[in-house]
Write a protein that binds this ligand. Sequence first.
Ligand code: PMP
Length: 388
Amino acid sequence: MQTKTLLMIPGPIEFEPDVMQALSTPTTSHVAPEFIEIFGQALERMRELFMCPDGQPFVIAGSGTLAMDLAGANLIEPDDRALVVNTGYFGDRFGALLARYGAQVTHVRAPVGGCPSLEEVEKALQGGPFKLVTVTHVDTSTGVLTDVQGLAALARRYETLLVVDGVCSVAGEALRMAEWGIDVALTASQKAVGTPPGLALLVAGPRAIATFRARKRPVGNFYADWAHWLPIMEAYEARRPAYFGTPAVNLVAALNVSLEIILAEGLEARWARHARIGEAFQAAIQALGLGQVPLQAAWAAHTMSAPRYPAGVDGTEFLHRVRQTGVTLAGGLHPQIRAEYFRIGHMGSVGLSELLATVGAVEAGLAGCGHRFEIGAGVRAAMQAYLS
Ligand code: PMP
């Protein structure tokens, strides 16, 4: 068994050596001039990553769920109505979170692997008004990619805020916050952004900030309250020291390097690379005779895949065998189908070598579990799609 494995799960991902090096540089004071400069740069780069020149970036120690919590805590007041466009586990989570802050939550759901149509969402909006709509750009439990641009246009027509959970999409799937009219987009460091786990990342557009400022009641969450963090983010960006809670100094330094790498590649080029790799994975999965959780090919994400096990293949044994070849994949997450599928994360600095190593490992796992297919069919399909 190999001890070093290629980590191909939907987060955390494999990180760039330069990012890991930044993480391991000696920790400075959080108000040291060199750190203020790093944090200020990272905030400027956040605006570029989210394509939101007039947005307010927040970089706060915590996981992606904290980023969701920031949106819920600061925008919801008791009895506000919220609409959740639900494509899986993380839609359920957003609904539960908003309800905790007193929202009356309506879900627009689809069958597992499906995606509510814009018409269905519009019908739900007609039963409004809703203060906000949330959508999971890529639900990591199903691998379903939603039409965020279309939903943003609807949100503008119905004058409701749109909050995008981009934890499994930002820096991997196309997302243009200002141009599309998104009010809040959020992610976590450990996915396509390419920084080890531990940072909640969020950008709030002008309408979201105005909604926050117009609150009648104080935010019911001390740590997440934008009233505490706004002056801190503004200060660092203006290269001034400030303190509310100690920032994750090393992670912020690592994030700044990740953002530099992402922006040097260019967002369009990065999205196109993820699309190319994602489509090659889809082609390989199909060639191996496996189904997928997304019910339509157009709904399959480019940052991850969710293949179904073929009949007779046991998931625990399959994942173990794959790991023995030196690749780590993830099991199922959606409670209704947990044992029926597995998940491959393909985001960050993924390229041809990760694609082929992973498809090869999947073939080895399937063959070891007795699935009958032509050895090499997946690798060939992946290569053909990659080169086409
Ligand atoms: N939303 C989505 C779409 C996610 O994939 C995840 C993490 N898998 C989260 C939210 C929550 O992020 P975290 O685990 O970092 O709290």
